[in-house]
Design a binder for this molecule. Structure first.
Ligand code: AFP
Length: 294
């Protein structure tokens, strides 16, 4: 029997279900705008990255809609330099990568929206998330959410989002690896670890968007990393907007995440624009990696 997202959400807290459902509706509007709001804006984000028109539009669109919902107290967004206060009586605090992988838009490759949901005020450790989710704008728009009831994936159809798989567990032992940064900048112990994976038959899959590359690990198992680099010891991905939500999902489905020495979810944040090296996927692969890096 086909189960819609709305029916599936009946199994969790009502207000959280309402926020996840709202986000699913907003994501469809973002998806329908992808063909139109193209090109570079004349601004850069706090990370010094040139923003695209769609980056800025999606960010402001989601923030405006969160404000109207009265559910959201504050937002930490990859596209905003500071915490954005919305409703003093809001229940949830939300982290946001409105359009992850936006440099893929020009080439029509995978992009998506990544969201972390907290009750605790931000900034705080990722382990305080009560849910996390992403919407992937691919050949099919898919939505994955993780909450206390597990990790579940939905396909967008003419009947809205319908359940594809619930209580997802990361496939063992995993088949893929995807690594960001230039190979010449990988640190020697890490490069040796990757050479070992290649000898064990792991296949390279790297699409330039964390949301798409993580989704491959969710489906096929393996490991994704945007590692510490000789040129970028702190890595590239953002702790709040990218690493924490995906680490919450990974750990909920029996996988693991690390910055090289501890779970991403345990990292005590120093700033809302903090970057972090991230290694995420099958628990065995992550634990083996930590041993080689320590
Ligand atoms: P954009 O959103 O600027 O395209 O960056 C995407 C991202 O933050 C993350 O989604 C990717 O894993 C990573 O950057 C890709 O970085 P490289 O372009 O260095 O491969």
């Amino acid at each position: 029997m086909i189960k819609t997202l709305e029916e599936h959400l009946k199994g969790i807290d009502n207000e959280l279900a309402g926020l996840i459902l709202k986000i699913s509706e907003l994501a469809n509007i973002i998806s329908s705008e992808l063909p139109y709001r193209r090109g570079k804006a004349d601004t850069k984000n706090v990370f010094g990255e040139v923003q695209l028109v769609i980056d800025k539009w999606a960010d402001q669109f989601l923030i405006d809609e969160f404000k109207k919902s009265n559910l959201v107290k504050a937002v930490v967004s990859e596209e905003q330099p500071d915490i954005v206060k919305l409703n003093k009586d809001g229940i949830f605090n939300v982290t946001l990568d409105p359009l992850d992988g936006s440099s893929n838009i020009e080439s029509n490759n995978l992009v998506g929206t990544i969201i972390g949901i907290y009750k605790k005020d931000l900034p705080c450790q990722g382990k305080h998330q009560i849910a996390a989710m992403y919407i992937l704008y691919g050949p099919v728009t898919t939505l994955v959410y993780a909450a206390e009831n597990g990790v579940h994936e939905f396909l967008y159809t003419s009947k809205g989002f319908v359940l594809r798989e619930e209580n997802i567990r990361i496939p063992e032992p995993g088949k893929l690896y995807g690594i960001g940064g230039l190979r010449k900048d990988w640190l020697p112990p890490f490069r040796k670890y990757i050479e070992g994976l290649e000898e064990d038959g792991y296949k390279l899959r790297y699409g330039g968007a964390f949301v798409g590359d993580f989704n491959q690990i969710l489906h096929y198992g393996g490991i994704f990393a945007y590692p510490a680099l000789a040129t970028k010891p702190g890595g590239k991905l953002r702790l709040f907007a990218e690493a924490n939500p995906m680490s919450f999902i990974a750990e909920k489905m029996g996988g693991a995440s690390t910055n090289g020495s501890m779970s991403i979810l345990e990292i005590k944040p120093e700033s809302i624009s903090q970057r972090v090296p991230i290694y995420i996927g099958n628990k065995g692969l992550v634990e083996k990696l930590e041993k080689t890096l320590i």
